[in-house]
Design a protein around this ligand. Structure first.
Ligand SMILES: Cc1cc2nc3c(=O)[nH]c(=O)nc-3n(C[C@H](O)[C@H](O)[C@H](O)COP(=O)(O)OP(=O)(O)OC[C@H]3O[C@@H](n4cnc5c(N)ncnc54)[C@H](O)[C@@H]3O)c2cc1C
Length: 467
């Protein structure tokens, strides 16, 4: 090994001597990777192919002890640090250029307690892996719509998923976390221990430390639920969206649905419903009848299927390794003008992989008090998400512009609030305060001052300390 240049939080690089690297490496139970070593290229790659950062060191932690050592090593050297769970953040905050990546992706331990209906899960798990374990016992908790997304980043930002209207956000099902602070101290946070920190990690992201273990409540779900897609021609998009508006005004909490504008595999723009009804199947058929009867659909693929199959649907839509840029906002209502604008903007979509969706919130999401957790805005009825995705890097400017234009055009109809996990920090750092609202943001700054005053954890939806 040779000496290594490493980026620091002061903005300058420092030279790390080989002996120090070797000493750090020997202190870890997991691997330490540096440029040129086997596994380095794979370990620096994240879901969004636009991200091409080259960390100086990647510590692939095997457990909490490795996390503590990595944090202490980074803090004492003032290294720039990134924290990686599932690697799905669209802005690629899981990897940094020339700094140290604390990579948790190998920490995949999970233990389900079917009697207490709780789960202990490590931060390297994805939702697909998590669901596979819990569904063996007929249990589940709210989890992300795409099976390859990491449980860690998603939970800490709040967590939207098919079960949210029934059981609340993912973070509402969190019972406790083990978290290593910037000082390298492992704390447990729950409603009875370090309560301030527990408030902050339920929506405040990775700002306060690195979570090494999540404890969730799980609920009986499935194994069969009513799920899938019902697609209609885009020529009927206005009526379809109006039906969705009407339908979601009375949907029961067992149903979470999206209205999605996508391109079908044969290249046709289509609009449709993506649904998951997790109550009794016969009742579910009645509930979704208006969506089936509006027709004729191009395709009706909604049927009884295992909960894990519904959770897997998003995997094909959002594969690893394409170029991605996202924009998002919460909406209170969907006016006819908002529908017209969505239709018009989607008609200019440059890539067949891009989509625009309204995700229906409410129900269990809004039943939790606004101040109980750090999550931004529980009263919004919908989240608008514009996912621009393309395969040819030469097409980047066009595809980024499409998402920006779409989002701009929707501004008259949206709230000044956004789900933090859908923010793209490459150009949206100035939206962070709006994402939480002024009061919660101030409370989060207080926590940041207490638990991470030097902003060691800064490559995230960053709450800047003021001390
Ligand atoms: C295809 C796709 C589908 C998505 N679907 C959903 C969805 O259905 N619902 C939803 O709510 N969101 C969804 N998201 C957004 C998702 O919540 C965020 O991208 C989230 O950050 C992903 O978590 P991760 O662990 O995979 O991310 P990473 O990129 O690994 O981490 C993101 C950030 O989380 C923090 N972090 C990660 N692990 C830890 C840890 N153990 N301790 C402390 N901080 C940590 C770090 O700050 C890190 O920068 C989706 C994203 C993508 C790309």
């Amino acid at each position: 090994m040779e000496d290594l240049r490493v980026a620091t939080t002061t903005g300058t690089d420092t030279v790390l001597e080989e002996a120090a690297i070797e000493e750090f490496k020997a202190s870890l139970r997991g691997e330490l990777l540096r440029p040129g070593e086997e596994g380095y290229e794979e370990a620096r790659t994240v879901w969004n192919a636009m991200i091409d950062n080259r960390p100086a060191l990647i510590a692939r932690c095997a457990g909490a002890a490795d996390v503590i050592r990595s944090i202490n090593f980074a803090r004492s050297n003032e290294f720039l640090v990134a924290v990686r769970g599932g690697g799905h953040d669209v802005a690629g905050t899981a990897v940094c250029d020339r700094g140290l990546v604390i990579d948790l992706s190998r920490m995949k331990g999970i233990r389900v307690d079917p009697t207490r209906r709780t789960v202990r899960a490590e931060p390297g798990l994805t939702w697909g892996e998590f669901d596979q374990e819990t569904q063996a016992f007929g249990l589940a908790t709210t989890g992300g719509f795409v099976p390859t997304t990491g449980i860690a980043g998603l939970t800490l930002g709040g967590g939207l998923g098919y079960l949210m209207r029934r059981f609340g956000l993912v973070c509402d099902n969190l019972l406790s976390v083990d978290i290593v602070t910037a000082e390298g101290q492992l704390l447990t946070a729950s409603t009875t221990e370090n309560e301030d920190l527990f408030w902050g990690v339920r929506g405040g992201g990775g700002n306060f430390g690195i979570v090494t273990s999540f404890e969730y409540e799980v609920h009986p779900v499935g194994p069969m639920v009513l799920g899938g897609l019902i697609l209609h021609p885009v020529a009927r998009a206005k009526e379809v969206a109006q039906l969705y508006r009407e339908f979601t005004s009375t949907s029961p909490d067992e149903l979470t649905s999206h209205l999605a504008f996508v391109t079908s595999p044969d290249g046709q723009p289509v609009v449709g419903f993506i649904i998951c009804y997790s109550g009794p199947l016969e009742r579910g058929e009645e509930v979704i009848r208006p969506l089936r009867e509006f027709g004729p659909p191009i395709a009706d693929m909604a049927e009884p299927m295992p909960y894990t199959a519904v959770q897997a649907l998003g995997g094909d839509l959002y594969p690893h390794g394409r170029w991605n840029y996202w924009k998002s906002n919460f909406l209170q209502e969907v006016s006819d003008e908002a529908i017209d604008t969505m239709i018009e903007q989607f008609s200019a979509v440059p890539s067949p992989f891009s989509a625009a969706a309204l995700e229906h919130l409410g129900g269990g999401v809004s039943r939790v008090g606004e101040d109980e957790t750090a999550f931004g805005d529980r009263s919004a009825n919908y989240s608008l998400i514009i996912t621009s995705e393309w395969a040819d890097p030469a097409e980047t400017d066009r595809n980024v512009k499409w998402a920006r234009d779409f989002w701009e055009a929707m501004q008259p109809f949206t709230r000044d609030a956004v789900y933090v996990n859908y923010m793209d920090m490459r150009d949206e750092a100035d939206r962070i305060k709006a994402a939480y609202g002024a009061d919660k943001y101030e409370r989060l700054v207080g926590l940041k001052n207490k638990y991470d005053p030097t902003n060691l954890f800064r490559l995230n939806k960053n709450i800047q300390p003021t001390v």
